[in-house]
Design a protein around this ligand. Structure first.
Ligand code: SF4
Length: 456
């Protein structure tokens, strides 16, 4: 019997700004890998695949990061007051339609979702899929579907919506659609081992790697513990063989670790991984767009990072104010941060190569809290990268933002967009956030003698 073929879709991003930091739809690819091991075949349309659509800024293609093509669309009603242009990022509508014309009508389509406030991109993608394949069952999963399931059911109207771990749930759903019977008793919820189905991409020059799932910490603003309640690290040998295979067989030279907690249990995890990659002669660039834990960067790890080719190093500092450090599970202190900078410098990095994430816009956070943190980072010769807070349901800070009236239960997820500074108040208005951005840019310029490459 011919293997049933399923269409995997990574939808458009809909936002005021978006920038590609080696992003790949890892959740969707993990589901694809899992289903493949149970006999399914796939076609993939990744609407944000800049190499495939060949319509993004050519100068930024090779590094694996860069600007997406933007198609301006009318602003959704909830954000008409925002004085910026709204758009769909990735393929043009014509490119999407032409890609759909070249595939056989599938019985089922798996669609992922990312930031909740990108949902207009998901809804627009589904509208086109419905017109092209009216008989196909559309299954929606991913972050938005898990965080705002009722909203997604109402607005996107998938045939099926999956929350939480998608692998086994999707297998059971697809089997029902394809009238396949099997015994599920020994089938796990998910399986993170092995190599993802990168062969579904026709061109690829950078890859995102997850060496673990979830995070053992519980920061007040983060939904990872809700979305991924189990913290599981893959075996180092498994991660090494995935990277070596991508390096040797696919020619990949740019890797981004998308782990939430890459350096936890370092002696059993990242250190053997990096030693193994060096042993295999992997000569590539590694990037860490998610923040690293400063307290784990000791002289041994710093030296290994340098030898292995870590290039983009972002450390989660979040704030130098103890109250906000507590909200970040005390994952970093200023002592940790300064020690990590010294160790990285001794390993051969320039301090101005190191970026410190600072969170801004938390409910109740003051202008001076953020300003002090920005100045502290610059005084140490490092670079500050401001991460604007976006309120997320199922987190402690959501409840705080709710008590302050900044969010409410049935709010439009568009209003959680960090571009809008959702927790701005009369005392700390949006203009003051922009002033802080300017301060960070100015100090970074004096540290680096050149502008920091923007993420958006
Ligand atoms: S350390 Fe990072 S991933 Fe873990 S809970 Fe905190 S913010 Fe989330």
């Amino acid at each position: 019997m011919k293997a049933p073929s399923v269409l995997l879709i990574n939808p458009w991003i809909a936002d005021f700004a978006a920038y590609d930091l080696w992003a790949k739809p890892l959740g969707l690819l993990y589901v694809g890998k899992f289903l493949r091991s149970y006999g399914y075949e796939f076609q993939l349309i990744d609407l944000t695949d800049r190499l495939r659509w060949n319509n993004s800024d050519p100068a930024t293609k090779l590094s694996g990061r860069g600007k997406y093509h933007k198609t301006i669309i009318p602003k959704p009603e909830a954000v008409t007051h925002v004085p910026r242009r709204f758009g769909l990022y990735g393929a043009t509508r014509e490119q999407f339609l032409s890609a759909l014309q070249n595939i056989d009508p599938p019985k089922a389509i798996l669609l992922t979702s990312h930031m909740s406030y990108w949902y207009p991109g998901v809804a627009e993608t589904v509208k086109i899929l419905r017109e092209s394949f009216p008989a196909a069952k559309i299954i929606l999963g991913g972050i938005y579907a898990s965080l705002f399931p009722e909203h997604a059911r109402k607005i996107v109207q998938p045939d099926h919506l999956i929350t939480g771990y998608g692998e086994k749930q999707t297998l059971m759903l697809l089997d029902t659609i394809h009238e396949i019977e099997r015994d599920y008793s020994a089938i796990p919820e998910f399986d993170d081992t092995g190599i993802l189905p990168w062969d579904l991409y026709t061109k690829i020059n950078a890859v995102a790697i997850m060496s673990s799932r979830g995070c053992p910490l519980h920061c007040d603003y983060c939904a990872t513990p809700y979305l991924n309640p189990r913290f599981l690290q893959r075996a180092p040998e498994d991660v090494i063989s995935e990277i070596v295979c991508l390096y040797e067989q696919f020619g990949i030279r740019q890797f981004a670790f998308y782990d939430d907690a890459l350096f936890i249990n370092k002696k059993r995890h990242i250190i053997p991984i990096l030693k193994g990659l060096l042993k295999h002669g992997v000569n590539a660039k590694f990037h860490t767009p998610n923040g690293l834990f400063a307290r784990e960067i000791d002289p041994e790890l710093a030296a290994l990072m340098k030898r292995a080719g870590f290039q983009t190093i972002r450390i989660s500092l979040e704030s130098i104010i103890p109250k906000w450090q507590k909200a970040s599970t005390d994952k970093v202190s200023t002592d940790h941060f300064e020690l990590a900078l010294n160790n990285l410098e001794n390993a051969g990095y320039k301090r101005s190569d190191i970026e410190a994430y600072l969170i801004m816009g938390l409910p109740g956070q003051r202008y001076s809290d953020i300003e002090k943190s920005i100045r502290y980072v610059a005084d140490l010769g490092a670079v500050s990268r401001l991460a604007s807070y976006s309120p997320i349901p199922h987190t402690a800070h959501w409840n705080r933002a709710k008590a302050l009236g900044s969010v409410w239960d049935d709010m439009d997820p568009l209003l959680t967009n960090n571009t809008l500074y959702p927790c701005a108040t009369d005392d700390f208005p949006v203009e003051k956030f922009l002033e802080l951005r300017q301060l960070s840019n100015d100090l970074n310029m004096s540290v680096r003698k050149q502008p920091l490459k923007e993420d958006n």
